[in-house]
Design a protein around this ligand. Structure first.
Ligand code: S3P
Length: 176
C-alpha cells in the first residue's frame, strides 16, 4: 500500500513547518500546517483559544482537526508540538501515514524559539534558564510519544535538502 500522507512531529521550534513547506515546493505534494488549519477552522489564534477555553479544550479540538486531514492525499502535515502526545493521536498518525520525528536538543530548541516570531502560549512568558528547564521537562515527558515515529531524524546534523531523500528511502513515492 502506498503512503498517502506524511506527518512531521517534534517539539515547538524544531522546524516542522519550514521543512514541510520546502518538501511540498520540491514535489507535487501539498503542505498543511495543522496549527494554521486549526486557526482557520476556528477563526481565532491558538493563543486566544488557549486563553479563552484552556488547554484541555484545545487538545480536544486539535484531535478533531487531525481527524480532518486523515482522508487527504499527497499531503505533508506539520503537526503541533503537542499533537502526538494527547489521546491516541500518535497511533492514529502511524496508522494513516508515515511519521517523521525531527529530534533536536533542548539547547538548540531554546536558540530557535528565541528567534521565532510565532506566539506559542506554552512558552510565551519564558526565557533563558526558565525556558531551557521547561523544554527539558517537556521533552522528557513527550519523548516516548515522539519516538513512536516511523523515522527519527537527528535534525541538528541533517541538512534540509536531505529530508526528501530520507522520506523516499522510508517508502514515500513523491512521483505518484
Ligand atoms: C504546542 C505547539 C504549537 C501549538 C500549540 C501547542 C505544544 O505548535 O500547537 O501552541 O503543545 O507544543 P508548534 O509546534 O507548531 O509551535
Amino acid at each position: 500500500m502506498s503512503i498517502k500522507r506524511v506527518f512531521l512531529v517534534g517539539f515547538m521550534g524544531s522546524g516542522k513547518s519550514t521543512l514541510g513547506r520546502l518538501i511540498a515546493k520540491d514535489t507535487s505534494w501539498s503542505f498543511i500546517d495543522l496549527d494554521d488549519y486549526f486557526e482557520n477552522k476556528h477563526q481565532t489564534t491558538i493563543a486566544n483559544y488557549f486563553e479563552l477555553l484552556g488547554e484541555e479544550a484545545f487538545r480536544k479540538a486539535e484531535k478533531e482537526t487531525l481527524a480532518e486531514v486523515l482522508n487527504m492525499e499527497k499531503v505533508i502535515v506539520a503537526t503541533g508540538g503537542g499533537t502526538p502526545c494527547f489521546y491516541n493521536n500518535m497511533d492514529v498518525m502511524n496508522e494513516n501515514g508515515l511519521t517523521l520525528y525531527l529530534k533536536l536538543s533542548p539547547k538548540a530548541l531554546v536558540e530557535r524559539l528565541k528567534s521565532s516570531k510565532n506566539v506559542r502560549p506554552l512558552v510565551a512568558n519564558k526565557s533563558g534558564d526558565e525556558l531551557l528547564a521547561f523544554i527539558e521537562d517537556k521533552i522528557t515527558e513527550r519523548t516516548p510519544h515522539y519516538e513512536k515515529s516511523h523515522v527519527v531524524v537527528d535534525s541538528e546534523t541533517l541538512a534540509m535538502d536531505a529530508y526528501t531523500m530520507v522520506l523516499e528511502l522510508a517508502g514515500v513515492n513523491f512521483q505518484e
